[in-house]
Design a protein around this ligand. Structure first.
Ligand code: FUB
Length: 328
């Protein structure tokens, strides 16, 4: 049995976890993380070190209660279209069903996004036989809006292959845009009513500076890298994401879930380890940031641990920047 979690401390220590997508389902907090593997294989910019093979689901009744690990809820061997690398997942609830959205490489080595379903938020999840038609890249995040419409956001550079899809087809040798060209944005697609397919083709989201100009690819403090998350607060859509090479979580806002979004600032300063990946969720009357670092393994990039901390808005709707290692 795991203890009640403390802010800025690993949620669990019996397995390595990353990429937490947190949701409130049935009055509890459910966390859908990646399950990092402890291995000695190659480590590179292609992300070969992230060789994950299954998913676990974590839950807690509240922040004073112990964490429950519901065990393995989906394994690579049960997904016909996938060959390796079960990366950052997300979950959603609609039509009385829980949906787990997840990326993996298909049998040609191309990242695709799949769906698995369950009657319970704790799984186990049964995968669809094929990936979502027209899907590509990584890091799906799903918003079920107040009007019942659902949107899937996704995309990640480098190992996540987003730059290889600039022309709508997979170009294995394509690189990032020039430093002064607009950065690549995450993709968004409305989901079909049954949540199993794209209702329309994915569109690229524009992220603009306060001056209305697109953020440039060379602006690594602000440009999109991976790990999108969209939440709604006071009628505004907040798109938050990782800047990758500068290791920050930042955000932009819009009145429209499809964008364009205007860049606002930094949510989380860099953590121990290369990647950072997060979710934002409201529980009771407070907001929380779930994120990961590599502190549990002493800084090994593919052995990460999920943490949480409270998130605060200022009066004007901006988010206060969080230090992951506060001096208490
Ligand atoms: O966990 C594998 C990859 O690392 C995720 O998909 C990225 O967001 C980064 O956290």
């Amino acid at each position: 049995m795991n203890q009640a979690p403390k802010p800025n401390q690993p949620l669990v220590t019996h397995i390595f976890t990353a990429d937490p997508s947190a949701h409130v389902f049935e009055g509890k907090i459910y966390v859908y993380p990646s399950h990092d593997l402890d291995h000695d294989g190659p480590s590179n910019d292609n992300g070969d070190q992230y060789a994950m093979e299954d998913y676990h689901v974590l839950s807690l009744d509240n922040f004073e209660s112990p964490i429950v690990d519901h065990g393995q809820v989906l394994h690579l061997n049960d997904i016909p279209w996938a060959s390796k690398q079960l990366w950052a997942p997300d979950a959603a609830f609609k039509n009385g069903t829980y949906y787990l959205f997840f990326p993996a490489r298909d049998h040609d080595g191309i990242f695709r996004i799949g769906v698995a379903t369950s009657p319970s938020p704790a799984g186990p999840f049964t995968p669809e036989p094929n990936y979502i038609e027209g899907s590509f890249s990584i890091d799906p995040a799903v918003l079920v809006d107040e009007d019942g419409k659902s949107y899937i956001y996704f995309g990640g550079l480098w190992g996540g292959q987003l730059e290889k899809w600039q022309n709508g087809v997979f170009e294995p040798d394509a690189g990032e845009p020039a430093a002064d060209a607009p950065a690549l944005g995450p993709r968004v697609a409305p989901l079909s009513e049954d949540m199993l397919s794209f209702q329309d083709a994915p569109q690229e989201i524009a992220i603009l500076g306060e001056d209305g100009k697109p953020i440039a690819a060379g602006d690594e403090d602000r440009r999109y890298f991976e790990g999108p998350w969209v939440h709604k607060h006071n009628g505004w859509y907040y798109l938050s994401y990782s800047t990758g090479t500068t290791h920050k979580l930042v955000y932009a806002v819009s009145r429209n879930p499809m964008g364009p979004y205007t860049f606002k600032g930094t949510i989380l300063t860099p953590v121990i380890g290369w990647t950072t990946h997060h979710s934002i969720v409201r529980f009771e009357d407070k907001w929380y940031l779930f994120y990961h670092d590599c502190s549990l393994s002493g800084g090994v990039n593919h052995k990460r641990c999920v943490k949480y901390t409270e998130l605060h808005y200022n009066e004007d709707g901006t988010i206060r920047t969080i230090d992951p290692y506060p001096q208490t």
